[in-house]
Design a protein around this ligand. Structure first.
Ligand code: EPU
Length: 419
């Protein structure tokens, strides 16, 4: 199995361009199946999770053509509404195929979707939402079967905010007669980007990007073009990397507004940066970093759970005690054990809370990547640490970051991928 071998500590410099957003692409692929004609997706990141989703829709019969970062998807040849347990187990985003398959075939079946090991990942919000739209659901313990005899519009309140459940119901409702209102909806930029694409295809969605979304059902959607928004989680990760290695790095082709929560924390910690309309220049730090006191993950526009592991690496280098409160997932703090092995001083109080005491020098170690975001956090830690770090299980990292070792080498990082 492939691994990364990283030498630190490393002062990096230069420019790095951000890829198209993974989590925009993972929803764009199923959304392209809603239209009558072909859709061209642009700025699609070449990462494992996207490859798996494209393989799944090919197996369902869709025609897929890939030209560099452009992917054309023609749903006309779709011929199956059934996802094996093996396929759906590969990626959590497979659950997003239910809506398009239901609209096309009147039924769909999937096994329980897979995904990162970051805690329980139930799909009850999807099930309840689909029921509200008139879908009948059978669960035989092995797989779910969805039957749509007559879809009806609804006013649906999400008991708690879910990004992909919001996206799933929003895209399904585009072709349900009547007006559907989604309340307590997720307002992440990837939800608004999806609505923009669907509206270009002929949908009538308003309010996406706020907590109430209105969808007026239309008869059909046409294929269109959809360029992925910049990956805000990659943008934030590069900003944290620059701060943790005290490196002057300019991040380009990004949208700084999408990571305002992180930039606010970095400013409080004493990091220096210059913000442009589509770039962020992280300047060399002049002083030691200070603890921001508390970091609480929250739905957008709050501080994203996906940036919590990378930021925790930086917190190990800040003076003082920081409480990291992970409110979204109950399994997203266990990697702190790996940081402790590298020399950090972190107490895991319970599955949702960790206390980080800094600053502590980090030392290279042999570690394993637990999931996408904790995995990239280990890469940042390794570049800031003294000595050699070997990271196993890098499949997890490559699920979310395109060609990451080559791009980091472009900044001067000593990182090798060894098979
Ligand atoms: N939840 C339920 N029931 C559901 C759905 C969600 O209990 O039916 C819970 C989850 O277990 C979690 C909370 O609701 O505790 C919020 O999860 P959400 O549904 O918002 O997460 P998601 O839609 O499955 C997306 C991203 C994640 C990101 C989260 C939170 C995609 C494909 N995935 O997941 O991204 O962490 O939102 O922002 O958009 C990643 O990129 O590494 C990643 C895991």
């Amino acid at each position: 199995m492939a691994k990364f071998v990283i030498q630190g500590p490393q002062r990096l410099s230069g420019q790095i361009a951000v890829s198209g957003a993974k989590n925009a692409a993972l929803i764009a692929i199923p959304a392209a199946l809603l239209a009558r004609g072909a859709t061209t997706l642009k700025r699609v990141p070449k990462i494992n999770d996207v490859g798996v989703m494209l393989d799944i829709i090919k197996k369902l019969g869709a025609r897929v053509e890939i030209r560099d970062s452009e992917v054309s998807i023609d749903p006309a040849t779709l011929n199956s509404h059934s996802l094996s347990r093996e396929l759906s187990g590969k990626v959590r985003a497979s659950v997003l195929l239910i809506g398009p398959l239901l609209l096309r075939f009147g039924e769909a079946s999937i096994g329980h979707p897979g995904g990162c090991a970051i805690g329980r990942r139930p799909i009850d919000q999807f099930l309840e939402g689909f029921k509200a739209l008139g879908v009948e659901i059978e669960d035989n313990g092995e797989e779910y079967r969805f039957i749509a005899k007559r879809l009806k519009s609804a006013s649906y309140f999400f008991p708690f905010v879910s990004v992909t459940a919001t996206q799933s119901l929003m895209m399904t409702a585009t072709r349900v007669p009547g007006v559907t209102i989604l309340k307590n909806a997720a307002s992440e930029p990837e939800v608004a980007a999806l609505a923009d694409y669907l509206n270009r295809c002929g949908a009538r969605i308003s309010g996406a990007g706020t907590s109430t979304i209105k969808i007026e059902g239309v008869e059909a959607l046409q294929g269109s073009e959809y360029a992925m928004i910049p990956d805000r989680l990659e943008t934030g990760m590069f900003a944290i990397l620059a701060a943790a290695t005290r490196s002057p790095i300019t991040i380009t082709q990004c949208n700084p507004e999408h990571i305002e929560s992180l930039l606010t924390i970095l400013r409080r910690m004493g990091a220096r940066f210059k913000q442009g309309s589509d770039s962020i220049a992280i300047l060399q730090a002049k002083e030691d970093y200070r603890s921001p006191g508390k970091v609480i993950t929250h739905e957008y526009p709050g501080f994203p759970t996906d940036l919590q592991p990378p930021l925790t690496v930086l917190l190990t280098q800040a003076r003082g005690l920081t409480l990291v409160h992970e409110t979204i997932f109950e399994g997203r703090l266990f990697y702190v054990d790996l940081l402790n092995r590298m020399g950090a001083n972190i107490i895991l109080c319970d599955p949702h809370r960790a206390l980080v005491q800094g600053p502590t020098p980090l030392r290279g170690k042999r570690i394993e990547s637990p999931d996408i975001r904790a995995g990239i956090a280990m890469v940042i830690a390794a570049l800031a640490a003294q000595g050699e770090t070997v990271i196993d299980n890098i499949y997890q990292i490559e699920r979310g970051y395109e060609n990451i070792e080559e791009r980091l080498r472009g900044l001067g990082a000593k990182i090798e991928k060894v098979n």
